[in-house]
Design a protein around this ligand. Structure first.
Ligand SMILES: NC(=O)c1ccc[n+]([C@@H]2O[C@H](COP(=O)([O-])OP(=O)(O)OC[C@H]3O[C@@H](n4cnc5c(N)ncnc54)[C@H](O)[C@@H]3O)[C@@H](O)[C@H]2O)c1
Ligand SMILES: O=CCC[C@H](NC(=O)CCC(=O)O)C(=O)O
Length: 475
């Protein structure tokens, strides 16, 4: 393979989907720097209008877009369509968020002085994207960044450049100037070089915690730059006294296995009362046995597709084996139905007896079951992670949920609802290793602009009335 080139393969078939040259970081940043002032000086209404046109362009190309996402990520077409819908919906949500969180505000001032709070864009911001939502998540940074008046250099995951190319084409078709949104094709090396580049003013990163930590270290002395980190999770579901076992199993299965478990909010750990696990596991088992794993365009449509590539599948299989070797008892194994392709079946493993459970994000369809003696222990176990993205309580009375809500450490806390599927019209982010307290989605507006306070009058007025000598006193 040409080292100067990125090649994107369809996970389901192994076919080459796209190939293209690795971009030049200096060139992309320089072009964006040259363009941002003009973009920033366009009236807000014009920038908003441009983004609304982008929504319409997306709508008119929705089928083509969903097909691209499905091919490149392997996610089923029905799910790729929901990603396109999320991209479109982001425009109105970001406009509302800009107006609510960063619009200008008049303050009362004394003696006719006008005080105002307004927001300015940072300048040129870099967006580094993940592969699991190759359009929706980068777009969740790019749309609010452009509305606020920033120029963007977008480096997508090296695994999903084809989707990124189409996304950038749609911004341009809507009238975003070529210089205001740049596409940088590349892998981790280009991501690193872009993050370290002197010509950027901010970095919005969505990806894994190890990469987020590396970026955080890189930025340790860059107090001049804004860094927003949207990272992974090791998310718990606590099941306690459920009234409807089937419904509970459905919520658990959706949480763990939607997108083949490749969601930052996917449930990784199911915490259940010891002795009461059999009924829910039996129901869960029946459900996962019915789940179709298949290619994105298969009919009938599968519940889930493959994971992103063979490397990811190999490493998940190794982790599953590792848990078994440490004493984990598989309830449903992680099978690989097609030898040389990354399809995996939904897996469930009881790891209660594994004493040194690794606190890592297994980014695939693996659910670990942990049995505990009391609700108190369930809370301790749920919080027994350095991450803190999402958490759900299934079952329990309102008072129990109140306890759960008060004690759980996570940025998304749900009751009888899946850990995933977070709404875009709310803040989205986590604590611990899941992020750096700069939530995205509705609160992305906050990191796309900074507040400026101004005290203003048409004319300067003399106003020192105290502490001055009388000019006629001569001394
Ligand atoms: N919190 C969220 O909003 C959210 C959303 C989606 C995915 N994720 C997380 O993303 C991960 C899956 O995505 P991924 O595997 O593409 O993540 P990743 O960290 O491997 O890569 C993300 C991006 O960073 C780049 N990159 C990799 N190493 C880099 C480095 N050292 N310096 C700079 N850039 C670098 C990659 O090329 C890619 O563009 C999972 O951990 C998932 O939980 C988080
Ligand atoms: O993989 C991580 C994101 C998963 C997704 N979250 C969102 O879409 C958040 C909303 C937004 O960013 O607009 C989920 O929770 O399933």
């Amino acid at each position: 393979m040409n080292p100067q080139e990125i090649v994107s393969f369809e996970p389901a078939t192994g076919a080459i989907l796209w190939r293209g040259a690795i971009g030049d970081v200096d060139t992309e940043v320089e072009i964006a720097r040259g363009a941002w002032a003009e973009w920033a000086s366009r009236p807000l209404t014009v920038r908003i209008e441009t983004m609304r046109r982008f929504g319409n362009v997306m709508l008119s190309r929705a089928s083509e877009f969903a097909d691209r996402i499905a091919r490149e990520t392997g996610k089923p077409l029905w799910e790729a369509r929901t990603e396109v819908e999320a991209v479109i919906a982001k425009v109105d949500i970001s406009v509302a968020a800009y107006n609510e969180r960063t619009a200008q505000r008049r303050l009362d001032g004394a003696m006719g002085v006008r005080n105002a709070v307004r927001h300015k864009p940072h300048g040129v911001v870099a967006v580094l994207g993940p592969y699991n939502f190759p359009a929706h998540l980068p777009n969740g940074h790019i749309v609010p960044a452009l509305i606020a008046g920033n120029a963007v250099v977008f480096k997508p995951s090296e695994k999903t450049p084809a989707t990124a190319e189409l996304l950038v084409e749609c911004y341009r078709a809507a009238g975003v100037p070529e210089g205001a949104v740049r596409l940088l094709i590349g892998g981790p090396a280009e991501g690193k070089a872009l993050a370290a580049h002197d010509g950027i003013d901010g970095l919005y990163f969505t990806g894994s915690a190890p990469t987020g930590l590396a970026l955080s270290r890189l930025y340790a002395e860059r107090i001049d730059r804004i860094l927003a980190l949207e990272l992974g999770g090791n998310n718990p579901i606590v099941l306690w006294n459920p009234t409807d076992i089937h419904a509970a199993a459905v919520v658990i299965a959706q949480s763990a296995f939607l997108s083949a478990g490749q969601r930052c909010t996917a449930a990784r750990r199911l915490i259940v009362e010891d002795g009461k696990q059999d009924a829910v596991l039996a129901e869960l088992g029946k459900l996962v046995d019915r789940m179709i794993v298949g290619g994105p365009h298969d009919e009938p449509q599968p519940f889930m597709g493959p994971v992103i590539d063979n490397h990811a599948a190999d490493s998940l299989q190794e982790s599953f084996l590792g848990l078994m070797m440490k004493g984990g008892r598989p309830f449903r194994r992680l099978d690989r139905p097609v030898d040389d392709r990354p399809f995996l079946t939904p897996a469930i493993i009881d790891v209660t007896d594994v004493s040194d459970r690794p606190d890592v994000e297994l980014f695939g369809p693996i659910l670990q079951v942990i049995r505990v003696a009391s609700f108190e222990d369930a809370l301790i176990e749920a919080n027994n992670t350095r991450y803190g993205l999402s958490a759900s309580l299934i079952g329990g009375a309102p008072a129990l949920y109140d306890r759960f809500w008060a004690n759980i450490r996570a940025g998304v806390v749900n009751w009888n609802r899946p850990t995933n599927g977070a709404p875009s019209n709310a803040p989205f982010g986590g604590v611990g290793l899941s992020g750096n307290h700069r939530p995205s989605a509705y609160y992305a507006a906050d990191y796309c602009a900074y507040p400026v306070v101004s005290s203003e009058t048409e004319q300067a007025r003399a106003s020192i009335g105290i502490g001055l000598r009388d000019p006629s006193s001569g001394s």
